[in-house]
Design a protein around this ligand. Structure first.
Ligand code: FRU
Length: 512
């Protein structure tokens, strides 16, 4: 393929060149969303970590900026978070943006550092007293500080991922931190390493008088369908400890695809909680079939909290700003599909960037779904599998699928590198995947018990190299990369073993 940018998404954020992993340090201030991200300006593989920077007023159109924090002699600039210091607690003026990040090097290990910006997040000055925090036990994996303001204590808190637990610290001035407690040892998916925490407060079923905390925890490797993914825990926080409300040993997943990682939220967005996932998986992130740049962010999602069968769950629905990009909506007549005859629709003229909505009532059908395909017979299949009460995205025949077999190390210590790469290489938990062929060619699925009722609203966003599925307002989110060698431009609705109804089917072209 001559155009090496063929797979560059049309409405997802990407850097124009270089390598990108985790979105991190995101903050909203004075009408601007600041998206910082793990960035290598010198090549399209992981290395030389900086904080890249992009700015948007609507979470959809991103303006590329100069990298905000550059790698220095202390080490890589790993993931972290930023806050707006409204009360000037750190002494750089009211409204300064304060960033906390991990400095990582062989010599110093992983230590937490601070930088401040007094020009609305354009440039940062590193604090002369860095580091502000070292691990008290010499821990090697100690990174990705998440800072938040906790009103009842009138203090800043920071959560640092510390190998197999998350550690809380507390501060008055964002510089001097004292240890508070730890959370998570032995919880969720084990054994894995925790990375990139976030901690947000959400109303239960929209009730502002009943708020709970959610800890997002990114975990690698060994997740659902292999490699990296995002877990979460719902609970109460009293300024000392975070206590999980449901059984913390049963993992809950923010997304059921393979390409949703290092997900954290924008700070300073008021009642809205907006998460931004990096759209890849450490199993193959360095070898995706892209050359000029590598790495895209998934669509921003708005998080909410709901209860089902007495348990707490987070819904992750696409941010309304993305739906506002809809152009040329086509309504497809309601249809009943009975297994003998498929129904079709076209998505031509969209250049492979569109959204499909449908209300699917599977009825007695065993399978009810749709194929999103191109003229070469490459397809991504999304279907309700009622025999197993799950919804599946199958990308085994989606286009290029055989590049992702070898993981590449991205850690700083060579030995740990080799070890982790070896672990990553193991196709862990493939028994969970549908039609497993390799770490990329497989289907991912989510349990339908997260939804209510007999009709499922599916909302599918297709772009040049991704398919994101949202079911029933984000009760299920499923993000998967795909590499079709020509744009998907057709749809086929089908069933097996019975008749299903497809209603309110809409096709929206999506463009910026
Ligand atoms: C997560 C991660 C973080 C780390 C960063 C390095 O994907 O491993 O833990 O800070 O990437 O780029």
């Amino acid at each position: 393929v001559a155009n090496t940018d063929y797979y560059r998404p049309l409405y997802h954020h990407t850097p124009s060149y270089g390598w990108m992993n985790d979105a991190n340090g995101m903050v909203y201030k004075d009408g601007e969303y600041h998206l910082y991200f793990q960035y290598n300006p010198y090549g399209s593989k992981w290395g030389n970590m900086h904080w890249g920077h992009a700015v948007s007023t609507d979470l959809a159109h991103w303006r590329e900026m100069e990298p905000a924090i550059a790698r220095d002699t202390m080490g890589h600039i790993f993931s972290g978070s930023s806050v707006v210091d409204k009360e000037n607690t750190a002494g750089y003026g009211k409204g300064a943006i304060i960033a906390l990040y991990t400095s990582a090097s062989d010599r110093n290990g992983q230590i937490q550092c601070m930088a401040y910006s007094t020009d609305n997040g354009r440039t940062f000055t590193k604090y002369e007293g860095n580091p502000v925090l070292r691990p008290f036990d010499g821990l090697k994996d100690f990174r990705d500080p998440k800072v938040f303001w906790y009103e009842p204590a009138g203090a800043w808190y920071m959560i640092v991922s510390a190998d197999k637990e998350m550690r809380f610290y507390k501060s008055d001035n964002l510089k001097k931190w004292t240890y508070v407690s730890a959370f998570g040892r032995g919880y969720g998916m084990q054994p894995s390493q925790y990375e990139c925490p976030d901690f947000v407060r959400l109303p239960v079923n929209g009730d502002m008088n009943n708020m709970k905390y959610v800890m997002l925890m990114n975990v690698n490797p060994g997740c659902l369908f292999g490699g990296s993914a995002t877990e979460y825990f719902v609970g109460d926080f009293d300024g000392k400890e975070f206590r999980c409300l449901d059984d913390p040993h049963t993992p809950k997943w923010l997304d059921y695809g393979k390409d949703h990682y290092a997900t954290v939220c924008f700070s300073n967005t008021g009642d809205r909680v907006i998460a931004m996932p990096w759209m890849s998986n450490w199993q193959y992130a360095n070898v995706t079939p892209i050359k000029q740049y590598r790495g895209a962010n998934a669509l921003p999602r708005e998080l909410s909290l709901y209860t089902k069968d007495g348990r707490y769950y987070v819904a992750a629905d696409v941010a309304p700003e993305i739906r506002a990009l809809r152009k040329d909506t086509r309504n497809v007549p309601d249809m009943r599909v009975d297994g003998s005859e498929d129904k079709a629709a076209v998505a031509d003229g969209c250049d492979g960037a569109f959204e499909i909505e449908a209300d699917i009532t599977p009825g007695e059908a065993g399978v009810a779904g749709l194929e999103i395909y191109n003229g070469k017979g490459e397809k991504t299949v999304i279907y309700l599998d009622m025999r197993n009460r799950r919804i599946v995205t199958d990308r085994t025949q989606s286009g290029l699928t055989d590049f992702g077999l070898k993981a590449e190390p991205h850690d700083i210590e060579k030995k740990a590198d080799a070890q982790r790469a070896e672990e990553n290489r193991k196709p862990m938990r493939i028994e969970n995947a549908v039609n497993y062929k390799n770490d990329f060619a497989l289907g991912t699925w989510a349990p339908l018990e997260l939804c209510e009722g007999k009709t499922y609203h599916v909302d599918i966003f297709v772009d040049k190299c991704s398919v994101e599925l949202f079911v029933d307002g984000g009760r299920i989110a499923m993000t998967n990369l795909v590499f079709p060698t020509s744009p998907y431009d057709s749809l086929r609705f089908y069933t097996e073993g019975g008749t299903a109804a497809f209603r309110n089917v809409k096709l929206h072209k999506i463009s910026l």
